[in-house]
Write a protein that binds this ligand. Structure first.
Ligand SMILES: *Cc1c(COP(=O)(O)O)cnc(C)c1O
Length: 520
């Protein structure tokens, strides 16, 4: 049954799933790697032999086969369709990955993004021919600055982490312009997303960690202490709602304190979907914050992209924003491409992720201001519904209400021999993508569930029923099945230790035995 030579866990003792000759399981077809099914000489196209062309490659001409898999068009299609059927997707079911905001991508967004006049624009077209596209960027920027209550937004960052880089580079540029280059320390709560400290370090800052309280929020006493000798503090990077899914109630005091010290307040806005229409970051004293259009405003994400991380900047930082940006001149739009002496420069070749801009603006305009607020409220309601419905069988990490995601720890698994990982794998058998595991790291065996506003009451109830039954099965000591899970998935549990220790990252033809990647 082991189709591709990948390690699988043995089937649990006592269970005896029927085998098939093909290895396929009903509609779930066994599929080898594309290199293993192709025949080098086969091709899906029929082109005439080129005549009268002489190779100019000389000795550089390839002698052997190019080594691409040769498949006909139906074979190619089947290959990718079969693979796609092994995927989980937001269009298949609940995708409760906390911190990732896997909400429904409305099809209207897709329709707008495919309009010929938008889909086919090229970033190097003359300005006069892309007035509509520039107007769209300008309009989206207007929605973003209105929703956040901030004076300006840099549109070009292409992901959340890229937006962090934009904000921290603006802070650094401002500090340097003010002759404050000794300010190189950035305070980061220990619950922060890993991209926060990484960004700070990338910008030449050092990271000073602030612990959390046992209520899941930032430890204010420690923060105040650190600020006493704050001459070298560049700023703070704080997420609100934080990665425990909780609103940092002291946020205004934090902003005041950091400003008094002479530093700036970066807010990681990846969780803005819990605030839209309810709280304006500008009112909280924030200096810079990225938005993840691909989380909050429903543009598709996963598999590494594409993302879009527009970054709002305060009065203090707005002159340091990157180029290019769009300005409205009378009735027309212009792109400012050249940095004046204050802009910190350019983050990427062009203006940002146009396709994501179109989708996000479509989402905003089709919801309207009232609909965006409702989406926020529904997202928070759904998360609290899940937390309340599971709190007697699982263990919420903190008491009280949550924001847009519900955080559980592994206390309910204590002494069962079952771990967070086993529990998550068992969710696959129930037909669900697991929740975020082991993050935030401040909680033992964390399970972070973010349902988003997309899920109906009925869908949430089905999810809760599965989760409750898993929690009860775990409690009754069903260790063996949890350790063997997933049992019904096309591939069983991978040997994660071996995969990490001995990663095989490239397919090699059978006569070339695969070599392990070099260990660092
Ligand atoms: C998703 C996320 C990020 C990073 O965003 P990317 O678009 O993946 O770079 C940063 N911080 C938090 C809290 C996030 O949830």
């Amino acid at each position: 049954m082991n189709s591709g030579g990948r390690p699988t866990r043995p089937v649990a003792a006592g269970s005896n799933p029927p085998q098939t000759v093909s290895g396929s399981k009903a509609l779930n077809q066994v599929q080898k790697l594309i290199f293993e099914i192709g025949t080098p000489r086969r091709t899906g196209v029929d082109l005439p032999e080129p005549k009268g062309t002489e190779s100019r490659l000389g000795s550089m001409e390839r002698k052997g086969d190019i080594g691409l898999p040769g498949l006909s068009e139906p074979e190619t299609l089947r290959h990718y369709i079969r693979l796609s059927q092994k995927n989980y997707a937001i269009d298949l079911g609940v995708y409760p990955l906390g911190s990732c905001t896997m909400k429904h991508n409305p099809r209207l967004n897709e329709k707008m993004a495919r309009l010929q006049g938008l889909a086919d624009v090229h970033p190097l077209q003359p300005e006069s021919t892309v007035q509509g596209a520039l107007e769209l960027i300008h309009e989206l920027a207007h929605w973003i600055t209105t929703l956040t209550g901030m004076p300006t937004v840099a549109m070009s960052p292409k992901a959340g982490a890229h937006g962090e880089l934009c904000g921290m580079m603006a802070i650094r540029a401002r500090l340097d312009a003010d002759g404050e280059s000794k300010r190189r320390r950035v305070l980061v709560p220990e619950s922060a997303h890993g991209t926060n400290p990484a960004t700070a370090v990338r910008c030449g800052f050092s990271v000073d960690e602030i612990p959390g309280t046992d209520q899941g929020c930032i430890h204010m006493e420690t923060l105040r202490e650190k600020l006493v000798h704050g001459d070298d503090i560049a700023g703070i990077m704080l997420t609100n709602p934080n990665t425990c899914g909780l609103f940092e109630r002291d946020v205004i005091e934090i902003a005041d304190l950091i400003h008094k010290t002479g530093g700036y307040f970066y807010c990681d806005g990846a969780n803005f979907n819990a605030l839209v229409g309810r709280v304006r970051p500008g009112d909280l004293g924030i200096d810079a914050m990225h938005l993840n259009l691909h989380k909050t405003f429903s543009t598709p994400h996963g598999g590494g992209g594409p993302g879009s991380g527009p970054t709002v900047l305060s009065e203090a930082l707005k002159d340091y924003a990157p180029v290019p940006f769009v300005v409205k001149d009378g009735e027309s739009y212009r792109l400012i491409e050249d940095a004046d002496n204050r802009s910190f420069g350019r983050m990427c070749a062009f203006h940002g992720q146009m396709g994501m801009f179109i989708r996000a603006l479509t989402y905003m305009m089709s919801h309207g201001a009232d609909g965006l607020k409702q989406a926020t409220e529904d997202a928070v309601l759904n998360a609290n519904y899940i937390q309340a419905s599971l709190s007697d069988v699982m263990t919420p990490a903190f008491g009280g209400l949550c924001m847009h995601e519900a955080l559980f720890d592994d206390r309910f698994l204590r002494d069962t021999g079952i771990e967070t990982l086993d529990f998550a794998k068992a969710m696959i058998d129930e037909g669900y993508h697991p929740m975020t595991m082991y993050f935030p790291m401040v909680v033992h065996g964390a399970m972070l569930i973010e349902p988003t506003e997309s899920e109906s009451r009925e869908e949430l109830d089905r999810f809760i029923t599965s989760m409750r039954s898993l929690a009860e099965r775990a409690g009754s000591g069903d260790v063996e099945n949890f350790k063997a899970a997933p049992i019904h998935a096309p591939l069983r549990r991978l040997d994660e230790t071996r995969a990490a220790r001995n990663p095989i990252l490239r397919w090699k033809p059978p006569d070339e035995p695969p070599k392990a990647a070099k260990q660092a």
